[in-house]
Design a protein around this ligand. Structure first.
Ligand code: KG4
Ligand code: ZN
Length: 342
């Protein structure tokens, strides 16, 4: 038996962040992410531009992750990459790089589902970091720009989707409503910031009537669009004068919808541990509301640190590490899967 550590290089390129991370025996050594400012002026991610930016960023990002970790590329035991879901052209860059890297270094390849990665981000540990990890089974609210799901996590790779959105994702709702308010992309973090100065009860927006564990956000977006059109006719400066109150009210509505369903799921499945994952789990309103709810109900809440909420390769590397331990590798003929399911 060799005493060499198991070192995983993780690569994430599913949307508009190019990221690489190194995990050694389950401990995070580095996590480097290059965002893509190129989309801001278009008000959303332009897939063609995203793939091109990944193409220019991928080598420097991987090089930086290896250097930051203080390892040599020859020490890497396997390369894990995001296979999907995501934008096909973006995924192709990471998948192709991972294949080439595995081939050149004669190491195994591990495919990772991006959404499983978001959930398993809860298991990322840094050196000497003591942290309580969620125990199986737990309920995870996975909220990103592309997904809104309530997942029952029975084990690392045994996850059941209990319910999901029937139209827009929560992050998409934040971004689209922000766009209607004239804010740049991605609007979610900006709404969060503005909301801190506003009154969450200033405006009352309708909540959807959908199935027990379903979400819907497109009606909310439309009702805000019509509301603002009406107000702007009376006062062309309405948005500007009410920015913070609008942001706080929008955030309050989205957060209430999310919290209500996740609490219901915990109760129905009799599970006392709740986790959140995905970009929207960075939202301070959501974090506060959930913290209050779990306290009232004596449940336990797991919130990932900010850097592991939005897209990152550390979550891909940790998922790859768990797959490595199970001996779950993929072949060189693997292809990206834009609509990959669990
Ligand atoms: O997980 P992620 O980085 O990428 C996807 O897989 O989609 O999530 C990005 C989404 C965007 O919609 C962004 O606006 C939202 O997460 N987001 C936030 C916040 N930070 C990121 N939404 C609300 N409040 C935030 N603080
Ligand atoms: Zn994501």
């Amino acid at each position: 038996m060799s005493n060499n550590p198991t070192i995983i290089l993780g690569i994430e390129s599913s949307c508009d962040d190019t990221s690489a991370a190194i995990i050694s025996d389950g401990v995070l050594l580095s996590n480097v992410t290059a965002g893509q400012a190129v989309h801001t002026k278009y008000g959303g991610v332009v897939p063609e531009l995203a793939s091109r930016a990944h193409q220019s960023n991928i080598v420097p990002v991987i090089d930086a992750a290896i250097k930051d970790a203080g390892i040599d590329k020859k020490d890497i035991s396997a390369v894990a990459f995001t296979q999907g879901p995501g934008l096909l052209g973006s995924l192709l860059v990471g998948v192709s790089f991972a294949k080439g890297f595995a081939l050149a270094n004669n190491i195994p390849l591990i495919s990772v589902n991006h959404m499983q990665g978001h959930i398993l981000a809860h298991f990322i540990r840094k050196k000497d970091e003591e942290k309580k990890l969620p125990e199986f089974p737990f309920i995870c609210l996975t909220v990103s720009g592309g997904h809104t799901q309530i997942v029952k996590v029975n084990d690392y790779f045994d996850m059941e989707i209990i319910g999901e959105t029937i139209d827009d994702a929560a992050g998409e709702a934040f971004d689209k409503i922000a766009k209607i308010m004239g804010l740049p992309y991605p609007g979610g973090p900006l709404i969060d910031k503005l909301a801190k100065e506003g009154n969450p009860k200033a405006f009352d927006f309708p909540k959807p009537k959908v199935g027990e564990f379903e979400f819907s956000f497109s009606g909310l977006k439309t009702s805000i669009l019509y509301f603002l059109r009406k107000e702007l006719q009376k006062n062309p400066d309405f948005i500007n004068q009410n920015k913070a109150d609008l942001a706080a009210s929008v955030q309050h509505t989205i957060v209430e919808i999310l919290v209500e369903k996740v609490m219901h799921a915990a109760q129905k499945f009799n599970i006392n541990q709740i986790a959140i994952a995905g970009g929207v789990s960075a939202n301070s309103g959501l974090r506060e509301a959930l913290t209050k709810e779990v306290h009232n109900r004596q449940l336990e809440l797991f919130i990932p640190p900010f850097e592991y909420c939005t897209d990152n390769a550390a979550m891909i590397a940790i998922t790859g590490y768990f797959k490595y331990k199970k001996g779950e590798f993929c072949s060189q003929s693997v292809t990206p899967n834009a609509r990959m399911k669990f």
